[in-house]
Design a binder for this molecule. Structure first.
Ligand code: FAD
Ligand code: SF4
Ligand code: SF4
Length: 815
């Protein structure tokens, strides 16, 4: 088939990222031609600051070398500026007359630095800070001259000033506003920043308006004069006062521009054959000047160029960090706090720490951190998710690691505590889960390897510390996966939430139908999406959906836990941990009959029969079923166990009969499938011997009834529960438990335990559904009871009677 022609104008960060994304999903679709006005292959513009500061070289910051273009059969024209687009005949022309035809055109022309319209702006020695040639000019000046003036105390200006100072120049930053980085920081944070930069040797002139740049005898700039009459010497002037989207080419081709090339949510301009991404673009009235949103645009544009037609760019929230070594600051959203907002502030100027979180209607709308910025990504997640933080307001400033858990002070533990969906590298949109997966799957050990495989920490580098902590945590330990807002997996562009919504909205009842409807990229999916889809369909249509055994993990497929030597373990259910001599004898006899090598009490008060060969499983289950046992589901993403203490039946302190309560809860909930494993416990008094406050659903008896707790976890990352509410009767405990489980079942992402789910959704979200609205609680509980009608059939009994017998036959040995 004849390939279509794709031409990219602008060999910069957003345009080439679009090509990378496109090549990943449709490498054969286009004959690609790239025009770049600069004489370099694609490089990381963000890292010009470290190059100026002497921390990296130009060679270090090349993203794609020349041979990358060759390997991908991309015709690259460097040092060629496109000056004309003939839209009628679909041809682009460069200033030297080179031309290229296109079927699709991608504009990614970036932006131009804004040059103050003042006398002397065109003098030799006056530069902007945008590309490699600017850095070369600054480096040249720093080796020959002494005095540098940077006009503009924003992000770029400060990075330029820092670099020039490190190159040995005497640098003054001139800023028109009363404090530095006034578009990202409030005054207290900016003052701390200024102090740190002054301590490094920079000088500042604030609230100063530049009047003119003055030439010296040689014709080169020699001074900056201000409107108030002052002046200072300057052999080099860097203008870093803002950027303007580069729309010159688009405008000349008659494309609609309005402070950027106007594009829709599929990144198409008013001519649908022409796409535009990056800083040159105006999307829903916003032009972005940071790479994270541009990379999101790139992904969507690539998706449409590949003709998948399912991506949609709806805009981005951005956060800012400054790349000056030794200075940590973070800012996002409405950091000043408009009317109707509250700010929670921690200010420790002597310790060099400042934290401010701005709230509106109990949701985070902005944050500024100076000094300790480790919680930046958490606040940013809360902001993006719109989480209601009313329950954690008082501890919000102390960070995520202080929430309902046993406290983890060191940075590694903090990283371990982050959910997998937490964004680690904002520039490249890489989440913790992606990095951990890459470290595990590809056996990575160094920062460079992680950079190469995930791109995390390869752009501005502010997240390097976090990535290193993740490496330390992951290489040494095992941390189970959690979900994210991103696509479910590489097989689709859709997120977990989108998939769940589509299942119910469209009434889809099978995996193939869903994959077809949502345009899955792979024909059969992978084990990540298939297992999740199977669960989502099961949860949505308990009476109709036919469970797909092939879309389950091995343990669930064979209804037993595979152990490290390849044998299996079998755990019969012992309701509420309450047993009898008869039950014990039955288990003992079965264990003897099958010569079970190990019988072990588990932490969940059950007996584990270990060391069983696969082909023995149906037989042992048959015997257990006949003795009255059902499966303990110890292998499943399902309700596992209800731990109890002896309670008022036997204990001197017991206030209520916790064992009976536990048995009732287990009778109600056994057999239910959940997004991840789900554990319960009931304690007979606040002494809490059943450890109910580290369970997914914990019940603690008190004199006046029962306290209900949720979202605990006793695993790798210990998290104490959140208190849900107090109820009086046994019936209420059961109804609240059913409703809570159903909310979790219907809302959490597959493989998300209740602990990260409650943190992601917020306690208020759960309370609104389970506690505050009795009607809604009953509706949820009803749905849970309904689904239990279909799931409380014992899989062991069925397998003992011959269902899926092939799963348990040993493979024939042929030679
Ligand atoms: C010094 C510096 C530090 C930065 N630090 C950060 C940071 O820490 N974090 C962050 O998120 N962002 C940072 N940024 C911003 C980030 O670099 C930009 O947002 C990003 O590079 C924009 O990507 P783009 O592809 O839209 O434009 P560019 O990367 O500028 O690419 C546009 C390319 O198009 C070329 N071009 C323009 N017109 C034509 C034409 N007619 N024909 C052919 N080629 C053409 C240009 O020469 C240029 O190479 C920084 C920027 C600078 C300059
Ligand atoms: S939790 Fe209370 S009732 Fe239960 S065993 Fe401990 S002390 Fe006794
Ligand atoms: S804690 Fe759990 S996962 Fe770890 S070894 Fe024990 S049983 Fe296995």
């Amino acid at each position: 088939m004849q390939k279509q022609k794709l031409v990219l104008v602008g060999n910069g960060m957003a345009g080439v990222r679009t090509l990378e994304e496109l090549l990943k999903i449709a490498s054969d679709k286009y004959d690609i031609t790239v025009f770049g006005a600069e004489p370099h292959p694609n490089y990381n513009r963000i890292l010009l600051s470290p190059v100026l500061a002497g921390e990296q070289t130009v060679q270090d910051i090349i993203i794609n070398e020349m041979d990358w273009y060759e390997q991908n059969q991309i015709h690259l024209h460097i040092n060629k500026k496109v000056t004309k687009i003939d839209r009628k005949n679909r041809i682009v022309f460069t200033e030297d007359g080179t031309s290229a035809e296109y079927d699709r055109l991608l504009l990614s022309t970036g932006s131009n630095p804004f040059i103050l319209p003042i006398p002397g702006a065109e003098l030799p020695g006056v530069v902007s800070f945008r590309d490699i040639s600017d850095v070369e000019a600054m480096l040249d000046a720093s080796s020959r001259y002494r005095n540098a003036v940077v006009i503009g105390g924003g992000l770029l200006g400060l990075e330029a000033a820092n670099g020039l100072m490190l190159r040995g120049m005497d640098v003054t930053v001139v800023h028109i506003a009363p404090w530095l980085m006034d578009r990202q920081l409030d005054e207290p944070a900016a003052r701390l920043l200024q102090q740190s930069l002054e301590a490094k040797g920079l000088k500042f002139l604030l609230e100063k308006q530049t009047g003119a740049l003055v030439p010296g005898e040689s014709g080169r700039v020699c001074a900056v004069s201000f409107k108030d009459g002052d002046s200072i010497p300057a052999d080099l002037v860097v203008m870093a006062v803002g950027i303007r989207p580069n729309t010159e080419l688009a405008e000349s081709a008659g494309l609609y521009c309005n402070r950027g090339v106007v594009v829709n949510d599929t990144l198409q301009t008013f001519d649908p054959r022409i796409y535009a991404v990056g800083e040159c673009v105006s999307h829903r009235g916003v032009a972005y000047g940071l790479v994270a949103p541009l990379f999101e645009q790139a992904k969507v544009a690539a998706n449409h160029l590949a003709e998948y037609g399912i991506g949609c760019y709806t805009g981005s929230l951005t956060s800012t960090k400054l790349k000056v070594t030794g200075i940590d600051l973070f800012s996002a959203g409405d950091y000043m706090g408009a009317e109707g907002t509250d700010a929670i502030v921690l200010s420790d100027p002597a310790g060099g720490n400042y934290k401010k979180v701005v709230l509106k209607d109990n949701k985070v709308v902005g944050a500024v951190l100076y000094g300790d910025t480790t919680e930046g990504s958490w606040y940013f997640d809360l902001l993006r998710e719109g989480t209601d933080v009313s329950d954690i307001r008082s501890s919000l400033l102390f960070g995520q690691h202080n929430l309902g858990d046993s406290g983890h002070g060191d940075p590694h533990a903090r990283v371990a505590a982050m959910p997998d969906s937490a964004e680690i590298c904002g520039c490249n949109g890489v989440c913790k889960g992606d990095i951990v997966k890459a470290i595990r799957d590809k056996k990575l050990f160094t920062l460079d390897e992680v950079r190469a495989h995930t791109k995390a920490s390869s752009s501005c580098g502010s997240c390097t510390g976090l990535v290193e902590s993740l490496l330390a945590v992951t290489v040494g330990g095992d941390y189970s996966t959690a979900p994210s807002k991103k696509p479910m997996c590489g097989c689709t562009e859709h997120s977990h939430d989108e998939v769940r919504e589509t299942i119910t909205r469209q009434g889809i009842k099978s995996i193939p139908a869903l994959m077809h409807f949502m345009e899955w990229k792979t024909p059969d999916g992978c084990n990540k999406c298939r297992t999740a889809l199977n669960y989502y369909l099961l949860c949505a249509w308990p009476s109709e959906y036919v469970d797909d055994n092939q879309s389950r993990y091995i343990n669930e497929r064979v209804h037993a836990n595979i152990q490290k030597d390849g044998t299996y373990s079998v755990i019969p259910r012992i309701f509420g941990g309450d047993t009898s001599p008869k039950q014990l004898m039955a288990i003992a006899q079965i264990a003897e009959r099958w010569e079970v090598p190990t019988v072990k009490f588990t932490g969940g008060q059950r007996l584990d029969l270990l060391g069983i060969r696969k082909e023995q499983l149906p037989g042992i289950w048959k015997d257990l079923s006949e003795a009255g046992f059902v499966s303990g589901h110890a292998y499943g993403k399902a309700m596992r166990t209800v731990k109890t203490c002896v309670g008022s039946q036997w204990c001197r302190f017991g206030t209520q009969d916790s064992t009976t309560m536990g048995i009732k809860l287990e009778e109600l909930t056994w057999g239910s499938w959940t997004p991840h494993k789900f554990k319960l416990a009931v304690s007979g008094c606040p002494r809490n011997c059943a450890e109910a406050t580290i369970k997914d659903f914990g019940v603690v008896a008190v004199d006046s009834g029962w306290e209900l707790h949720i979202g605990g976890n006793g695993g790798i990352k210990v998290r104490a529960t959140d208190f849900l509410c107090h109820v009086k009767t046994e019936e209420e405990v059961l109804e609240y438990c059913a409703a809570f489980m159903q909310v979790y079942r219907e809302d959490a992402h597959y493989l998300e335990r209740t602990a990260p789910w409650v943190e992601r959704r917020g306690l208020t979200y759960v309370k609104e559904r389970v506690v505050d609205d009795a009607e809604q609680r009953k509706v949820y509980a009803e749905r849970f009871y309904e689904s239990q009608k279909y799931s409380q059939d014992d899989p062991w009994k069925a397998r003992g009677e011959g269902v899926d017998a092939h799963e348990y036959k040993p493979m024939a040995i042929l030679s």
